[in-house]
Design a protein around this ligand. Structure first.
Ligand SMILES: NC(=O)c1ccc[n+]([C@@H]2O[C@H](COP(=O)([O-])OP(=O)(O)OC[C@H]3O[C@@H](n4cnc5c(N)ncnc54)[C@H](OP(=O)(O)O)[C@@H]3O)[C@@H](O)[C@H]2O)c1
Length: 282
């Protein structure tokens, strides 16, 4: 794929530290080309000490928009002019749009995951969900589920206090949803619509955060891990014939939502998906 640069090319990019592992440039550049948008997307490695000047650079160089990744998603907040209510509730931003010098931040991680869950015919309203983990990605997912009026969210985490902090923060904001920290054993006999792994357990071969065979009534399983593509958790789901998805869809749709936030155009989803799958499998 060649990107042709003109005098009018709009510049988009990714700010992270590191950024060498990212799939975003090929996926976003394919989308700009397919939609005939004169734009290019580049990776920018920004040391944490330089974050403020990098954000000022977006304004002075008139970049059209950027994604923000680890470790900048929270620290970038003070440098923006405005953030969406969703990003404010999550407390982190992964996408910034430059509206004529005004920087607007949003967060597409949770909404991206939600869109990926349509592959399991899942939407959160009135559903009971078990979330394993209480880290950065969990926050965006909790907000996405609660905004769509999930009935009950059980949080299971190695460090109970981290999950309890999330419950204390979000339960008052979303009275329609019941939030509870729970131990796994107490959930085995519950009717669960979705079990979602948001921990990093499963990135190493053979490790699984839970034994799925112990659940009596479990409709669906999702893992936000995408490498490996089939974690041990998902291997169990396949063996038990429980419908499941991995984290590729979340990765894809957070990028699709960023593209749509920047361009106000529908993204070429299948092209972006093909590109991502080729990169992940290649
Ligand atoms: N598909 C996507 O687009 C996407 C997006 C973001 C993240 N991810 C993946 O999601 C995973 C989590 O990312 P994150 O940014 O949320 O990480 P994070 O903020 O560091 O949180 C990690 C979570 O995993 C738990 N954990 C870590 N090691 C554990 C262990 N050995 N046993 C039990 N629990 C353990 C932590 O529990 P404690 O609270 O006890 O420390 C915490 O709840 C990573 O694998 C990442 O690659 C995927």
């Amino acid at each position: 794929m060649t990107v042709s640069i003109t005098g009018k090319t709009k510049i988009f990019g990714l700010l992270g530290y590191p950024v060498s592992h990212t799939f975003s440039p090929p996926i976003q550049n394919v989308a700009f080309q397919a939609n005939k948008i004169d734009a290019a997307y580049l990776p920018f490695e920004v040391h944490p000490d330089n974050l403020k000047s990098a954000i000022e650079g977006i304004r002075s160089l008139q970049f059209a928009g950027v994604n923000v990744t680890i470790p900048h998603k929270i620290n970038v907040l003070p440098y923006l002019d405005e953030i969406t209510p969703t990003a404010a509730r999550i407390g982190a931003v992964n996408t910034i749009r430059n509206d004529r010098g005004k920087l607007l931040g949003t967060n597409t991680d949770g909404s991206g995951l939600l869109r990926s869950l349509s592959a399991l015919s899942f939407s959160p309203k009135d559903q009971t969900v078990v979330i394993l983990g209480a880290g950065g990605s969990t926050r965006s997912i909790l907000v996405a589920f609660a905004e769509k009026e999930a009935k009950r969210i059980f949080l299971v985490n190695r460090t109970w206090a981290n999950a309890q902090l999330l419950v204390e923060e979000y339960a008052p904001l979303y009275p329609e949803t019941e939030f509870k920290v729970e131990s796994l054993e107490n959930l085995f006999c519950q009717a669960i619509d979705l079990l979602l792994n948001t921990t990093s357990v499963g990135m190493k071969k053979g490790e699984s955060p839970v034994d799925l065979a112990k659940f009596e009534s479990l409709e669906r399983v999702a893992d936000i891990i995408y490498s490996p593509q089939q974690s041990s958790l998902l291997k169990q789901a396949e063996h038990l014939k429980i419908p499941y998805i991995n984290g590729t869809g979340m990765l894809l749709f957070q990028g699709i939502e960023a593209f749509e936030f920047w361009t106000s155009q529908p993204a070429p989803i299948s092209l972006m998906e093909q590109k991502l799958l080729k990169l992940l499998n290649g």
